[in-house]
Design a protein around this ligand. Structure first.
Ligand code: ZN
Length: 176
């Protein structure tokens, strides 16, 4: 990743605030079940699982773990903090031209946005017309909405967020 990306402050996981997630356990489990049709690789599922505890989580896990799963994400602040850290990783995948990873990134970010009740952003970040190349326009839109940093000093990224190839004649996938 380009050095000019700068440091992204990582929120304090020890004291993340405790605004409860606006989704109930039942809603999260139902949403996950509904999303499995699109989420064939389970990218979003990883996020929903982190927000579920037993017994709501039990239909998704092996018998030996039923009754024991505890959610690791219970607050809006935790979900946002994880999403923000993940977003930095996602920009790396944009710069490295990793297609499957970029697809995974926007789906996971969409799941976190849904968890915190931001359906608008959950839909924004997976908009097909904002995907190419490598999810860059969608990530930029999400960062703009949340006031998060993005690698705006990188000239290639600046082209990609407008939907253009990283450079004219890119043969690493921007034009495919
Ligand atoms: Zn390219």
């Amino acid at each position: 990743m380009a050095d000019n990306w700068g440091e992204v402050p990582t929120d304090n996981y020890e004291n993340p605030g405790n605004t409860p997630l606006p989704r109930t356990q039942k809603e999260i489990a139902a949403h996950w079940n509904e999303r499995t049709k699109q989420d064939v690789f389970g990218f979003e599922g990883e996020v929903y699982f982190g927000a579920l505890s037993s017994p709501a989580a039990d239909s998704f896990i092996k018998d030996e773990y039923k009754g024991t799963h505890e959610a690791s994400v219970t607050s809006v602040e935790q979900a946002l903090s994880l999403a923000k850290d993940y977003c930095r990783f996602a920009w790396g995948k944009v710069i490295d031209h990793r297609g499957l990873s970029a697809g995974r990134s926007v789906m996971k970010l969409s799941a976190w946005m849904w968890l915190i009740g931001r359906d608008d952003l959950a839909e924004l970040v997976v908009r097909e017309d904002l995907y190419a190349p490598y999810g860059a326009p969608a990530l930029k839109a999400l960062c703009f909405e949340l006031g998060w940093p993005w690698p705006e000093d990188d000239p290639a990224v600046r082209r990609m967020v407008s939907g253009d190839p990283c450079r004219p004649g890119c043969e690493e996938g921007c034009n495919s």
